[in-house]
Write a protein that binds this ligand. Structure first.
Ligand code: C2E
Ligand code: MG
Ligand code: MG
Ligand code: MG
Length: 277
């Protein structure tokens, strides 16, 4: 009986793998077509100074709406874009589109607005990455100091030398860099200290964990202290309640992004939202 179970389990495993791979390939073709037909778009989630409600900027987030009106979440299609290499072109498009939007916002008078842009590890380690950054700056004429690239902690570990070199080049261009989802990637602190980054983004899992004002030893609090010790800025992501906001403020973390303030907004909705503030 045990034997039969094992066999059954094995067959089930290979069968479901087959389905999974086929689905992935289908999704990859659909994603490529969507990208080529300009069906991908960006939304923008505001970032706020919780002390006075001032908008400091926004994070650009990619969206894919299929022809039958379904949204496929980025957590699902970004890995496919990375795996297939499509992320290089998509990422370049994201970068340019976000920079153009920033230029547009500046023309509307939002001249102190920071645009945060996610960069995938695959994109970042591509030999032409710096060239595409340069070109985006040239073509959009956006002032680089208002552009912030978000990299992930796991990226920080893959190829430290390439990372350090690329970070230096980004800094020379005048852009800033933040570490996204900080606290989830197990990067070593000594390594972090060597990286020329500007900001840590507390992962929303740790914001979610915040219970009461006096949560001694909360990970969010430790990250804020770590950032202060390293002279880095801090932003909390996924802030959903006043209690979380107040607790973060009591930790000396002032900048936040989350549903408490705004969901990610389409470009038009962002303009309308900004105009009411
Ligand atoms: P991320 O960069 O950590 O982005 C933050 C995610 O948290 C976004 O999910 C955002 O919608 C969500 N979020 C923000 N505030 C709240 C909140 O208060 N509550 C909850 N429950 N969620 C909140 P989204 O847009 O689904 O993106 C998921 C991930 O996909 C991103 O995580 C990022 O890793 C990746 N991604 C999105 N756009 C791009 C892109 O243009 N390029 C690359 N390489 N990755 C991207
Ligand atoms: Mg991000
Ligand atoms: Mg994040
Ligand atoms: Mg994330």
């Amino acid at each position: 009986r045990a034997k039969m179970n094992r066999r059954g389990g094995y067959e089930y495993f290979t069968r479901s793998m087959g389905v999974e791979i086929r689905e992935r390939v289908l999704l990859m073709h659909a994603l490529r077509a969507a990208f080529e037909h300009e069906k991908l778009f960006l939304v923008f989630q505001p970032q706020i100074d919780m002390r006075d409600g001032r908008v400091t900027g926004a994070e650009a987030l990619l969206r894919w709406k299929t022809d039958d009106g379904r949204f496929i979440p980025p957590d699902q299609f970004i890995p496919i874009a990375e795996y297939s290499g499509l992320i290089v072109d998509i990422g370049e498009w994201v970068l340019r589109t976000a920079c153009f939007e920033l230029v547009h916002l500046r023309s509307l008078g939002y001249t102190d607005f920071q645009m945060a842009i996610n960069v995938s590890q695959v994109q970042f380690s591509h030999p032409l990455f710096m060239q595409s950054l340069n070109k985006a700056l040239e073509d959009t004429k956006v002032p680089p100091h208002f552009v912030e690239l978000e990299i992930t902690e796991s990226m920080a570990m893959k190829d430290p030398e390439l990372l350090i070199k690329t970070l230096q080049q980004i800094k020379q261009l005048g852009m800033s860099v933040s570490i996204d989802d900080f606290g989830t990637g197990f990067s070593s602190l000594s390594h972090l200290q060597k990286l020329d980054v500007d900001k840590l983004k507390i992962d929303r899992a740790f914001v979610n964990e915040i219970q009461k004002n006096s949560s001694e030893g909360s990970i969010a609090k430790m990250i804020v202290q770590l950032g202060q010790n390293l002279g880095l800025s801090i932003i909390a992501e996924g802030v959903e309640s006043e209690m979380q906001a107040n607790t973060l403020l009591s930790y000396d973390c002032h900048i936040a992004q989350g549903y408490l303030y705004s969901k990610p907004l389409t470009r038009d909705d962002l303009h309308a939202w900004l105009a009411t503030r």
